[in-house]
Design a protein around this ligand. Structure first.
Ligand code: ZN
Length: 80
């Protein structure tokens, strides 16, 4: 689900298409359109995924959490 949006910086609806793009981390069939606002220069996606669709782009495999097993159990200050 995609939605057309105005520029989030200046509110204009005057954009030029820059290039099509794909998700580089999780390539799929979807293509996104990068645009540049002619008034303020902000670059953003338009149309962009609607808020209801965001969870589908950020599944469990998207996030990385460091394994703390190798981390020191405490910090020590030396040389003071
Ligand atoms: Zn703008």
């Amino acid at each position: 689900m995609f939605e057309d949006v105005d520029c989030a910086l200046c509110g204009a609806r005057d954009e030029e298409r820059l290039f099509p793009a794909r998700d580089k981390m999780f390539p799929g069939q979807e293509r996104f359109s990068a645009v540049r606002c002619r008034r303020c220069g902000l670059v953003y996606l338009n149309p962009r995924p609607a808020a209801q669709a965001h969870a589908s782009y950020y599944g469990d495999s998207y996030f990385y959490s460091a394994n703390n097993a190798g981390a020191p159990s405490r910090l020590s200050i030396t040389g003071l």
